[in-house]
Design a protein around this ligand. Structure first.
Ligand code: PTJ
Length: 253
């Protein structure tokens, strides 16, 4: 048995675990109620994908790992859904690629910012030497007129590569305009964020984050040239088309 009293062999195990984590996130003041709706939207795409990491999503995860290892100042952006679904896994990824984590919320409140930072610390951020940012909010992303514009100057503000999971919005485009590269994790290949990403990963964040970590560990001994070659070979437009085709031909059973 696991945290949801359902055996891991249950055919809907992953989906039930995901729902449970989101519900618990809302109860703890980490996830917004809109996060429940966002989860439902994601689940529909995941259902059509067969709730699996496709080979194309796996290639994207490897390219993302290469990009993070090439980065000088990588930052993983975390919202209320990501904090509820993959807190420990996000800390593990940050540690594997020497990234900071920054809490960045669409429905920003001081209470939620603090609750999420505390939740990430409970999942080992301090022990792993991972910095949790976002509370200073002493810089702005130009061109955004909502709360996601608030960033830390020494976090997302100064980053060269930003991981943007689970967000159908205009921030990825605004970050590109600032000269940053983005890795977007989103189950909808047509979301605005996925469409503008340097590396879009069309996969459930619950599978994608640990997968990028595995690739990063695997690439830890690779040379700069090898990492650059991986990135060069990656074709974002082709990856998005492959994901869309997989979803459109997906099975509804
Ligand atoms: O915590 P906050 O205040 O920052 O708010 C976070 C949410 C997620 C509520 C907010 O960003 C939002 O409303 O997002 P959207 O516009 O619903 O976009 C969420 C995107 O993530 C959609 O394209 C979904 O398909 C996708 N998605 C949902 N669940 C998952 C997912 N992608 C990957 N893994 C998931 N588990």
């Amino acid at each position: 048995m696991s945290e949801i009293d359902v055996p891991e062999s249950h055919p809907r195990y992953q989906s039930l675990l995901t729902r449970h984590r989101i519900e618990a996130g809302v109860d703890r003041g980490i996830t917004s109620r809109q996060g429940l709706i966002a989860e439902g939207r994601g689940e529909a795409f995941d259902y059509l994908l067969g709730e699996r990491t496709t080979p194309d999503a796996d290639d994207a995860a490897r390219a993302a790992a290469a990009l993070l290892l090439l980065a000088e100042r990588p930052v993983l952006s975390v919202n209320g859904n990501v904090a509820a679904l993959v807190p420990g896994e996000t800390v593990d990824l940050a540690a594997a690629v020497a990234a900071d984590i920054e809490v960045n919320l669409f429905n920003r409140t001081d209470d939620r910012m603090r609750a999420i930072a505390a939740h990430l610390r409970e999942h080992g951020a301090d022990e792993a030497g991972v910095e949790i940012r976002g509370l200073d909010a002493d810089a702005r992303v130009p061109g955004l007129d909502h709360e996601r514009a608030k960033v830390d100057a020494d976090g997302i503000g100064g980053a060269d590569v930003v991981v943007v999971p689970l967000e159908d919005g205009d921030r990825a485009e605004a970050l590109t305009a600032m000269g940053k590269a983005e890795i977007v994790i989103d189950l909808n290949p047509l979301s605005r964020s996925a469409q503008t990403a340097t590396v879009p990963i069309v996969d459930n964040v619950i599978r994608a984050v640990p997968n990028v970590t595995d690739h990063a560990r695997d690439l830890s001994g690779a040379s700069r040239a090898e990492r650059e070659a991986l990135l060069q070979e990656f074709d974002a437009a082709a990856a998005l088309t492959a994901a869309e085709n997989a979803i459109r031909s997906g099975d509804l059973r």
